[in-house]
Ligand binder design. Structure first.
Ligand code: 5RP
Length: 222
């Protein structure tokens, strides 16, 4: 199976987690685009969606799905999104598409985070994919120096501005043996908006596309 076929398979499987008539959270990226297309087959299945990026909002709107402001809600039943890397404990690196901050905000408001990913995203340890960090533009130099102290090699993502008007530093070379600790440490650097580690609030369910079918992995209770 091709990667796109695996993405399509997990996107279709995620529909089983969508609560009929609810407002759901929708992530960003090529895997999530397949999920939006699945939603588009029966747009009235949901009452609306909170989008994690302008791109996602545009795609949802094309199907006539109502875009809801997160501030109108207190909670979402489910958030569906992809990942750049994910471990067996369902900690992730996200933000390859640069939407990490809004993704993290929407995920924080969801009772259940369903990650949809093809098997190439499953890793024993996070960090081969450079970690995206969203930064207030005037703090770029300061944050980069602090990231070097943490052992990383930051590179400014060229020609990219986030939906929030900020820049992204992609950080290579980090050894991420404790994702939740590193997530908190990076978020503590002045000028960081947030980073792409999703470990403090990881996924609750992973739908992993493999050549032998979609595997469902639940986060184990800690
Ligand atoms: C965007 C993200 C995406 O979820 C992540 O990059 C995975 O994307 P894709 O499904 O295209 O591989 O975090 O900010």
């Amino acid at each position: 199976m091709t990667n796109d076929e695996l993405k399509q398979a997990v996107a279709a499987a995620a529909i089983a987690h969508v609560v009929e008539g609810a407002i759901i959270g929708v992530g960003t990226g090529s895997t999530t685009n397949f999920f939006i297309d699945e939603l588009g087959r029966a747009p009235s299945r949901i009452a609306g969606a909170v989008a994690s990026s302008e791109r996602t909002a545009e795609r949802l709107a094309r199907y006539g799905i109502r875009i809801v402001d997160l501030n109108e809600l207190t909670e979402l039943s489910v958030y569906v999104d992809g990942a750049d890397e994910i471990t067996a404990t369902l900690a992730m690196i996200k933000g390859g598409g640069g939407a990490l901050t809004r993704e993290k905000i929407v995920a924080a408001c969801a009772r259940k985070f369903v990650c949809i990913a093809d098997e190439s995203k499953m890793v024993p340890m996070l960090g081969r994919f450079p970690l995206p960090v969203e930064v207030i533009p005037m703090a770029r130099g300061h944050v980069a120096r602090e990231l070097v102290k943490l052992g990383g090699q930051p590179h400014a993502r060229e020609g990219f501005i986030t939906d929030n008007g900020n820049v992204i530093l992609d950080v290579a070379g980090l050894s991420i043996d404790n994702p939740a600790r590193l997530e908190a440490a990076i978020n503590n650097i002045v000028g960081v908006v947030t980073n792409g580690l999703f470990a403090i609030r990881g996924a609750d369910v992973l739908l992993l596309g493999t050549s032998s079918g979609v595997k469902s992995v639940m986060r184990s209770a800690t």
